[in-house]
Design a protein around this ligand. Structure first.
Ligand SMILES: [Zn+2]
Length: 402
């Protein structure tokens, strides 16, 4: 297993050096996706789908306290043997190799790795499963981003600095998301997931209409992935506000179920198979400012990235519609809401430099320069300030100062 460069998939679908519109269209998705209120109690039964009779569960100490008893009971009832491995907190190569060694030393070989936790725990388990050639079972405890369904892991150095992306040939064998657990987490996570999910359609559309654009697999997107992205955006506009209010009361209702599916399944298939563009270029680049990286969630950075992309593409009306929605649910709509100042040239310059190096930025249908990207950032910032004047910042404040 070699470590790959960020955003380069393992199989090359494009015509080398001359991508053209006849290149294959590729879609990937997890083999099974199960979502529902309280379904973690049925995990053992669902493992027969994988199938798995001897599973390793990777979760943090906190996760073990919260879910350990429930999961063990469910697996015991289904006659699935299991062992616990404590996740140390960072998705690094060191952590992957450590967990792999523990599992290799087991007398009875495990046939699946269950990740129960947030994005980094999931990404670690997925990589370990690939290295041991066993099945990955993903049980996200949050709906804060679109990673659970993917066939890739975002890798960090042990100190938390972004290192690269590993791509795997197989998507998870099973994704099980308990909407009750998601609803009981702080509302900021679900709201952040809506920022990540909202970008899915606008980035997929850009990739669909630009024959030179490639999805995360390095292939042309299918119509199916674009349609899933569009459904994702429509679901957010219709049910997002209601779901954000329900989770503030820790309630699961129909709106919450729809948004959990939008954030996890629709956005997951949509981004991986539909393709990424300007929004994620900016979001990924914002992490070069350590203060931003440590204080804001991925979806919050994608929110700023999406408003930038829509301005870059000259779609101001759509930008306003999206920014209004973001302001209502509490996502950032201008630079100050991710602790950046429009007058701090050094920081913004670093962000622009980083964005220019990302191949996904070249999925935009025209040449993007540092100057044009920066001016789109400023345009988005001004638009966000105007939206804040009209719609207030109560929702944002309620998620960030409580
Ligand atoms: Zn994302």
């Amino acid at each position: 297993m070699s470590s790959s460069t960020p955003y380069l998939p393992p199989v090359v679908f494009s015509t080398p050096n001359a991508p053209n519109s006849n290149d294959p269209r590729v879609l990937i998705a997890p083999s099974r996706y199960i979502q529902g209120d309280g379904i973690l109690d049925h995990l053992g039964r669902y493992l027969s789908i994988v199938p798995s009779k001897c599973a390793a569960i990777l979760f943090s100490e906190g996760g073990q306290r919260r879910f350990g008893e429930r999961v063990s009971k469910s697996l015991n009832n289904a006659q699935v043997d299991s062992m616990w491995v404590t996740f140390q907190g960072e998705c690094s190569y060191e952590e992957v190799y450590r967990v792999e060694e523990i599992l290799r030393a087991e007398a009875t070989p495990v046939d699946s790795v269950i990740a129960l936790g947030g994005g980094k725990c999931i990404d670690t388990a997925r990589f370990v499963a690939h290295r041991l050639d066993i099945k990955a079972v993903i049980c996200p405890s949050l709906a804060s981003n679109d990673a659970p369904c993917a066939a890739l892991s975002v890798m960090y150095k042990p100190d938390g600095v972004f290192k690269g992306v590993e791509f795997f040939p197989n998507s998870p064998a099973l994704v099980v998301i308990d909407s009750r657990i998601v609803a009981e987490a702080p509302a900021r996570y679900l709201v952040s997931g809506m920022g990540d999910a909202m970008a899915t359609w606008y980035e997929a559309r850009t990739c669909l209409h630009n024959p030179k654009a490639r999805n995360v697999l390095g292939a042309r997107p299918t119509l199916a992935a674009s349609a899933i992205g569009e459904l994702c955006a429509n679901t957010l506009f219709e049910y997002g506000l209601s779901a954000s209010e329900a989770v503030k009361r820790s309630e699961v209702d129909d709106a919450v179920e729809r948004i959990v599916e939008a954030n996890t399944l629709l956005s997951g298939i949509g981004f991986e198979s539909g393709g990424l563009a300007g929004a994620h270029s900016v979001a990924q680049s914002l992490t070069v400012v350590p203060r931003v990286h440590h204080s804001y969630l991925h979806g919050e950075m994608v929110a700023i990235g999406l408003l930038t992309q829509l301005n870059l593409e000259g779609r101001e009306d759509e930008g306003k519609k999206v920014a209004e929605f973001f302001a209502k649910i509490g996502l950032p709509v201008h630079l100050e809401q991710v602790s950046l100042s429009p007058t701090n040239d050094t920081e913004l310059d670093d962000v622009m430099e980083a964005a220019m190096t990302l191949p996904i930025l070249r999925n935009e249908p025209f040449e993007v320069t540092k100057k044009s990207l920066l001016s789109a950032v400023f345009q988005a910032h001004e638009m966000g300030l105007e939206i804040e004047r009209s719609f207030g910042k109560t929702a944002y404040d309620s998620l960030h100062h409580s």
